[in-house]
Design a protein around this ligand. Structure first.
Ligand code: ADE
Length: 239
C-alpha cells in the first residue's frame, strides 16, 4: 500500500513512521509512505499557503490551490487516484473497522490541515472524505495522520507475524482485551492469576473471555450495548 501525506511539517513524520513496526513494514516493502511539503506547491512567490477567512473570524485558513497543485502533481505521477482523506475534528470518527477497510485500498492520500483548516472548495472539488481521530481538537492533522497510518499499516497482510496478534486484541471483535502477565510470577506481592499457570487451555480461554467481557462492560458501555452475547458469555458472567 502507498500512503501520501500533504503537510506543512513533513519532518514530524520521520520518527513516528520511520521506526518500529511501521518502519519495518516500509523496509520490507509492504508499505510506502511519501510526505509532501505543502509550501512547495504554493503559487505565491513568498510561498504563502494561508490567508484570512471570508466573513470574518479569528485565525488563518489554508488555501485550496497549494493542495490542488500537490494532488494533481501526485495523480499525474501515479497514473491513478488514491482515496483522499482530510484529517479533521469534523470528520467521521476513525475506528478499527475503518482501519481494516482502508487497509484494502491501493493508496491513501492524507491531507493535514493547520490553523482554522482548509478552504471548503478543495474538499468539494476532490470529494475528500473527512476523518477524525476523536472528539477533541488538536493543533493540526499531523498526529491524526500518523495515528491512521500506524493503525492501517499493522492491518496489512504480512506486517504482523501472525493473524492471532490482532484477532484477540482490543476492538477487533467489539470486545476489549483481557489482562496479560509475564515473568516474574510474583511481583511486589501480586500473583499472576493461578489459571494462567495451569496449562489448562480451555479454562484459560474461558477466563480470558470473562475478563474481556467484564472490562468491556466497565470501561465501554457503548461497546457493551452493541455486543451480541452468546449462551456461554451469559454463563461466564453469572459465575
Ligand atoms: N485535526 C485537529 N483535530 C483533529 C482530530 N480530532 N481528528 C482529526 N484531525 C484533527
Amino acid at each position: 500500500m502507498r500512503v501520501d501525506i500533504v503537510t506543512l511539517f513533513p519532518e514530524m513524520f520521520d520518527q513516528i513512521l520511520g521506526g518500529s513496526i511501521v518502519g519495518k513494514a516500509r523496509k520490507k516493502g509492504f508499505l510506502q509512505v511519501c510526505c509532501h511539503r505543502l509550501r512547495d506547491f504554493s503559487p505565491d512567490l513568498r510561498k504563502r499557503v494561508d490567508d484570512t477567512v471570508f466573513g470574518g473570524g479569528k485565525g488563518m485558513l489554508l488555501g485550496a490551490e497549494p493542495f490542488a497543485r500537490c494532488i494533481d502533481t501526485l495523480m499525474e505521477h501515479l497514473g491513478w487516484m488514491p482515496r483522499i482523506l482530510y484529517m479533521s475534528p469534523r470528520g467521521r470518527v476513525f475506528d478499527q473497522a475503518m482501519a481494516k477497510s482502508l487497509a484494502a485500498e491501493k493508496g491513501l492520500l492524507l491531507l493535514c490541515g493547520h490553523y482554522e483548516g482548509i478552504d471548503q472548495r478543495l474538499l468539494d472539488e476532490y470529494r475528500v472524505e473527512e476523518v477524525s481521530t476523536g472528539d477533541y481538537v488538536l493543533t493540526g492533522g499531523e498526529l491524526p495522520a500518523m495515528i491512521l497510518t500506524d493503525a492501517v499499516s499493522r492491518m496489512l497482510p504480512g506486517v504482523l507475524s501472525e493473524e492471532a496478534c490482532f484477532v484477540e486484541e482490543s476492538h477487533y471483535s467489539g470486545l476489549l482485551e483481557y489482562p496479560q502477565y509475564t515473568r516474574p510470577e510474583l511481583w511486589r506481592g501480586r500473583q499472576v492469576p493461578e489459571v494462567l499457570l495451569s496449562g489448562h487451555h480451555e479454562n484459560i480461554r474461558k477466563w480470558r473471555r470473562r475478563e474481556s467481557l467484564k472490562i468491556t462492560r466497565l470501561n465501554r458501555p457503548d461497546l457493551w450495548e452493541k455486543l451480541p452475547l452468546n449462551a456461554e458469555d451469559e454463563r461466564l458472567l453469572l459465575e
